[in-house]
Ligand binder design. Sequence first.
Ligand SMILES: [Zn+2]
Length: 114
Amino acid sequence: MIKKRNIQRPGVRIPVAALDTIRHKLTVELTDGPLSARDISGRIGVSEKEVYDHLEHVRTTLHRLGRILIVKPAECVKCGFVFEKRKRLKKPGKCPLCRSEFIHPPLFSIGEEL
Ligand SMILES: [Zn+2]
């Protein structure tokens, strides 16, 4: 029996160079922002979940370059609640006030550190 070679799935064991490329693309797109993770996902061809992971990383590296990741917080469509104190970048699932699941996703862009 011939052993099949493992087919590489996206997100699994990505070479470092590829990661750099994705993060570079992400940074370039962000200068064009503000964009939601979904927008970015469509532009650079990785899943939304991966976009959030990369954003966390990019936020740290940008800081070293004297630039910052600007986050426009998520907002409840129904009651207008703004998720200002949220530390994580990921879109919240539910509004804590009205329990609505219609949430405007957070928007990301890049700015200079003041
Ligand atoms: Zn709400």
